[in-house]
Design a protein around this ligand. Structure first.
Ligand code: SF4
Ligand code: SF4
Length: 207
């Protein structure tokens, strides 16, 4: 969704001290890195076929028009962490009012003045949604209006991102992870971002 700079070489997020103190953060960073690698590869393949990525920083109508963005438990935790500990204080204060007044079903509350305020930790669904050739019209969900212009994530990389989240749920051995992937364990944990109680996060900001 909105807010993507032109795709460069993906970089794993780097917060070494935080990661050392919170092992789960590494799982989230791995998942996002694996997803970003897959997205970059998918875009590169499409561009070789003459497509041009329409998404760019500041383009954000998708963040308002999409109403059922999936979010996984590790991603929720990641957003709490990012907003509480990493986001600059002035942005955090501006975001707090949006979170506090969020009503389930409203658009994503993390869009701040047309830009994703949690861009480094935006969910997999946001990372995976990319549109080619034509910027979305206000209110358009290109997945429904022109599916052929929407990037289909490369399954290998998408699965690798899900697999990176498994240790957070206690699946640590290759055998356990294989079974969990077969049963789509991560996908089954999805909730809808817009339906979450974000007022709770606003309250945590004050603590
Ligand atoms: S082109 Fe569409 S999907 Fe891409 S950032 Fe803009 S509004 Fe979002
Ligand atoms: S987290 Fe919200 S603001 Fe950020 S990209 Fe996703 S939908 Fe847009």
């Amino acid at each position: 969704m909105s807010k993507k700079p032109a795709y460069g070489k993906p970089q794993r997020l780097k917060f070494p001290a935080e990661e050392a103190a919170n092992k789960w953060l590494g799982y989230a960073f791995d998942a996002y890195y694996r997803a970003d690698v897959g997205v970059a590869k998918g875009i590169e393949q499409a561009e070789r076929q003459g497509r041009k990525l329409a998404c760019a920083k500041g383009c954000s109508s998708c963040c308002k028009s999409h109403t059922t963005i999936p979010i996984f438990p590790l991603e929720m935790l990641g957003l709490y962490w990012y907003v509480s500990k990493i986001m600059p204080a002035d942005a955090r204060n501006r975001l707090k009012a949006q979170l506090a007044s969020h009503v389930p079903g409203n658009p994503c509350p993390f869009l701040l003045e047309g830009v994703c305020s949690v861009h480094p930790m935006r969910p997999l669904a946001c990372r995976h949604f990319n549109v080619f050739d034509q910027v979305c019209a206000e209110g358009e969900d290109a997945f429904h209006t022109r599916r052929e212009d929407v990037l289909t994530p490369i399954k290998y990389h998408q699965d690798a991102a899900y697999a990176a989240m498994l240790p957070f749920h206690g699946f640590t051995t290759p055998a356990q992870q294989q079974v969990a992937m077969q049963h789509r364990y991560i996908q089954q944990q999805a909730q809808v971002l817009q339906e979450m109680d974000w007022a709770h996060l606003a309250a945590r900001i004050d603590e």
